[in-house]
Design a binder for this molecule. Structure first.
Ligand SMILES: NC(=O)c1ccc[n+]([C@@H]2O[C@H](COP(=O)([O-])OP(=O)(O)OC[C@H]3O[C@@H](n4cnc5c(N)ncnc54)[C@H](OP(=O)(O)O)[C@@H]3O)[C@@H](O)[C@H]2O)c1
Length: 263
C-alpha cells in the first residue's frame, strides 16, 4: 500500500514495485491522475488497484484500509509517501496551510499506520516506510511548517521502530533532498532555491525505497551531499548552524506588513 501514488515519487515507486511483481494498492485525491498510475502499474501487475482517499481524513483512511485488506487479504508493506510542501516565511504562512501540512505529512502517516498495524501485528510481519525529507533532518529557512511535519515524522518513526521491531515489523525513513517532481510547483521561485545540480531524479528515490525494503535499514538519506550535511549537523550542531545561518541570512527580508492576526 502506498499513499500519494497519483504523482511524483509515489507513482514511480508504485510502477517500480509493480515491475518487480508486487501487487500495489495506491491512493491519492486526484482520480484522473490515479487512473494514469493504474494504467502504468497494471502493465506489470494486473491485480493492482488505486483508491481515491485523502490521507488527512482518518475515516477515509479506515475504509480504504478495510477495502484493501478485504480485497487482497493482507498488507505486507505500507509506504507513507503522500505529502504537501511550502516555502514561505513562517510569519506569512496562514494557519490553514500549517494545519494542512501537519495533517497530510504527519497525521496522514499516523492515520494510515494506525489502520494498517493491527493487520501486520496479527501476522507478526510487515514493513512501514515513511518518506520523510532532508527537511526532517535539518531546519531549512522558510520551511518551518514543512520541517515541523517531517521532524515529527522522523521522531515518531524512531519511537515506532523500537515498539514494532520485537513484533516482527520493520520501520524505515527515507530522507531525500530536493527531488525532480511537481512538488514545488506552487513555490518554485521562492528563496532559497536548491541549486539545479543538487536535485535528485525521482528514479533514484524509488530505487532507495526498494533498497530499504530489501535491507531494512532504519534511515536512508540521499543524495550523498545531504547525508554529509546531516551528519555534520548531528556531530557539530553549533558549527553547522553558524554555516547555515551564513547561507540563509541573505534570503531573509523584513516582511512588508505583519498583521497581528495569524490568518
Ligand atoms: N519533491 C521533493 O523535492 C521532495 C523532497 C523530499 C521529500 N519529499 C517528500 O516526498 C513525498 C512525495 O512528494 P513528491 O515530490 O512526489 O510530490 P508530488 O509530485 O506533489 O506528489 C505528492 C503526492 O501526494 C499526494 N497527496 C498530497 N496530499 C494528499 C492527501 N491529503 N491525501 C492523499 N494523497 C495526497 C498527491 O496526490 P493528490 O494530489 O492526487 O492527492 C501526490 O500523489 C512527500 O511526502 C514529500 O514531502 C519530496
Amino acid at each position: 500500500m502506498i499513499t500519494g501514488a497519483s504523482n511524483g515519487i509515489g507513482k514511480q515507486v508504485a510502477t517500480d514495485l509493480a515491475a518487480r511483481g508486487a501487487i500495489v494498492a495506491g491512493c491519492g485525491r486526484s482520480i484522473e491522475r490515479l487512473r494514469d498510475t493504474l494504467k502504468e502499474v497494471r502493465r506489470a501487475s494486473p491485480s493492482s488497484a488505486m483508491i481515491g482517499c485523502d490521507v488527512g481524513d482518518a475515516e477515509q483512511v479506515q475504509s480504504m484500509v478495510a477495502k484493501i485488506v478485504g480485497d487482497f487479504g493482507k498488507i505486507d508493506v505500507l509506504i507513507n509517501n503522500a505529502g504537501v510542501g511550502m516555502r514561505k516565511p513562517f510569519i506569512e504562512t496562514d494557519l490553514k496551510t500549517i494545519e494542512e501540512i501537519i495533517r497530510t505529512n504527519y497525521l496522514g502517516a499516523v492515520y494510515c499506520t494506525k489502520a494498517v498495524l493491527p493487520h501486520m501485528i496479527a501476522r507478526r510481519a510487515g514493513h512501514v516506510v515513511n518518506i520523510s525529507s532532508g527537511a526532517g533532518l535539518i531546519g531549512a529557512l522558510n520551511m518551518a511548517a514543512y520541517c515541523a511535519s517531517k521532524f515529527a515524522l522522523n521522531g515518531w518513526s524512531e519511537s515506532l521502530y523500537h515498539e514494532l521491531k520485537p513484533l516482527g515489523i520493520d520501520v524505515s525513513i527515507v530522507c531525500p533532498g530536493p527531488v525532480q517532481t511537481e512538488f514545488s510547483r506552487d513555490f518554485r521561485d521562492s528563496q532559497p532555491k536548491a541549486a539545479p545540480n543538487l536535485i535528485v531524479p525521482v528514479e533514484a528515490v524509488a530505487q532507495a525505497v526498494i533498497k530499504v525494503l530489501e535491507n531494512k535499514h532504519f534511515e536512508v538519506v540521499l543524495p550523498r551531499w545531504l547525508a554529509l550535511m546531516s551528519s555534520l549537523r548531528r556531530h557539530f550542531p553549533s558549527f553547522f548552524r553558524a554555516l547555515a545561518q551564513r547561507r540563509f541570512r541573505r534570503h531573509v527580508a523584513l516582511p512588508g506588513k505583519i498583521s497581528g492576526n495569524a490568518d
